[in-house]
Design a protein around this ligand. Structure first.
Ligand code: CO8
Length: 303
C-alpha cells in the first residue's frame, strides 16, 4: 500500500510524457505516451515485449533490443512505461524480466549514451536510469529476474532491483558491478542495492575490483538465488512466481517496503544532486577518455 502511494506521488514517466502529448478533453487528438516515446526513438520496433496473462496475474517482460539489450534512453523510457502500466493494472501481481537476445540478459547502460553527449542529454539519460531502478526496487509486484545470459553493470543493477534472481548455469556468463573496470564509479544507490543483497564486505571487494562473477560464484556470494539449466530459466521463474504469489500481497508489500524504503528514500531525496554528480563526472575529459578506451577494447575483443 505504502509503495503504491509512493508510486502515485512520484512524477511518473507516463505522467511526464502525457504532459507532452495532446489531450482529448480539450478537443485535441490524444497521443499515447508509448507513441511519443517511439516518435522520439525514431524507431517503430519495440525494445520490450510484454506478455501478460490475466488468468495468473503474471507478466513477462522480454527485453529485445539487439545486439545486447544495452540500456539506452529509448530503451529505459519504453521499459519504465511498460512497468508503470503493469503496476497501475491492479490485476497484475507479478513480473518476470528476461531477455530475448542470445547469451546476454543486459549489457548494462548503453556506453554510447555516456560518450560524447551534451550535459543536458546526459542528465536526461541519468534521470531515466534512476527511474528504472526506482520503479523496480519499489514495485508492489513480485519481480523476478530470469537471467538467461551475461548481466554486467546496469544489467546486474536491474537484476538486483528484483525480488528474486534465477540465472542460467552457464560458466560463460557473468554478472556483477564492474564499473571500476571502465574507469567509472558505481553510484551510492548501486552500491546500496548490492550491499543490501550480499553484505558490506563482499560489496566492497566487488566494487573496488569491478568483479564479474560466473554463475557458481554469483550463487556462492548470494548475488543470484538459484542456478538452473539455461532452458529451465523461464519455467523455473514461473514456478517460483507461483510460490511468491501464495503469500498475501499486503503482508509481502509492507515487508518489502520496510526492507527497501531507507535505500529508496536516500535516492528520492537526492535525485537532482545525483544527476548533477553524474553529469559533471561523466563529462570530464579523463572519464570520456576512459570510456573511449573501453569502447575500443570492446571492438578489438570482437575482432
Ligand atoms: N553499451 C553499448 N554498446 C555495447 C555495450 C554497452 N554496454 N556492450 C556491448 N556493446 C556493443 C559492442 O561494442 C558490440 O558492438 P559492435 O557490434 O558494433 O562491435 C556489440 O554491442 C556486441 O557486443 P559483443 O560482441 O561484446 O557481444 P558478446 O555477446 O560477445 O558479449 C557482453 C556481450 C558480455 C555484454 C559484452 O558486450 C560486454 O561485456 N559489454 C560491456 C558491458 C559493460 O561493461 N557494461 C558497462 C556499462 S556501464 C553501466 O552499466 C553502469 C554505469 C554507471 C555509471 C556511473 C557513473 C557515475
Amino acid at each position: 500500500m505504502a509503495l503504491r502511494a509512493a508510486l502515485r506521488n512520484k512524477c511518473g514517466l507516463i505522467g511526464l510524457l502525457s504532459q507532452q502529448s495532446s489531450c482529448s478533453s480539450h478537443g485535441r487528438v490524444y497521443v499515447s505516451p508509448v507513441l511519443v516515446a517511439q516518435r522520439r526513438n525514431n524507431s517503430t520496433s519495440p525494445k520490450i515485449k510484454v506478455d501478460y496473462d490475466k488468468g495468473t496475474g503474471v507478466a513477462v517482460i522480454h527485453m529485445q533490443s539487439p545486439p545486447v539489450n544495452s540500456l539506452s534512453l529509448d530503451f529505459l523510457t519504453e521499459f519504465c512505461i511498460g512497468v508503470e502500466k503493469l503496476e497501475m493494472d491492479k490485476s497484475c501481481r507479478g513480473v518476470i524480466i528476461t531477455s530475448s537476445q542470445p547469451k546476454v540478459f543486459s549489457a548494462g547502460l548503453d556506453i554510447m549514451e555516456m560518450y560524447g553527449k551534451t550535459p543536458e542529454r546526459c542528465g536526461e539519460f541519468w534521470k531515466a536510469v534512476q527511474e528504472m531502478w526506482l520503479k523496480l526496487y519499489s514495485s508492489n509486484m513480485v519481480t523476478i529476474a530470469a537471467i538467461n545470459g551475461s548481466s554486467p553493470a546496469g544489467g546486474c543493477l536491474m537484476s538486483l532491483a528484483c525480488d528474486y534472481r534465477i540465472m542460467a548455469d552457464n560458466p560463460r556468463y557473468s554478472i556483477g558491478l564492474n564499473e571500476t573496470q571502465l574507469g567509472i564509479v558505481a553510484p551510492f544507490w548501486f552500491k546500496d542495492t548490492m550491499a543490501n543483497t550480499v553484505g558490506h564486505r563482499t560489496t566492497e571487494l566487488a566494487l573496488e575490483l569491478g568483479l564479474l562473477y560466473n554463475p557458481s560464484e554469483a550463487l556462492k556470494i548470494g548475488l543470484v538465488d538459484q542456478l538452473v539449466p539455461e532452458d529451465q530459466v523461464l519455467p523455473t521463474a514461473t514456478q517460483t512466481m507461483t510460490k511468491w504469489l501464495a503469500i498475501p500481497d499486503h503482508a509481502r508489500q509492507i515487508t518489502k517496503s520496510m526492507m527497501r524504503k531507507p535505500t529508496i528514500d536516500k535516492l528520492t531525496s537526492n535525485r537532482e544532486a545525483d544527476i548533477h554528480n553524474f553529469v559533471s563526472f561523466i563529462t570530464k575529459d579523463s572519464i570520456q577518455k576512459s570510456l573511449r578506451m573501453y569502447l575500443e577494447m570492446l571492438k578489438k575483443r570482437k575482432s
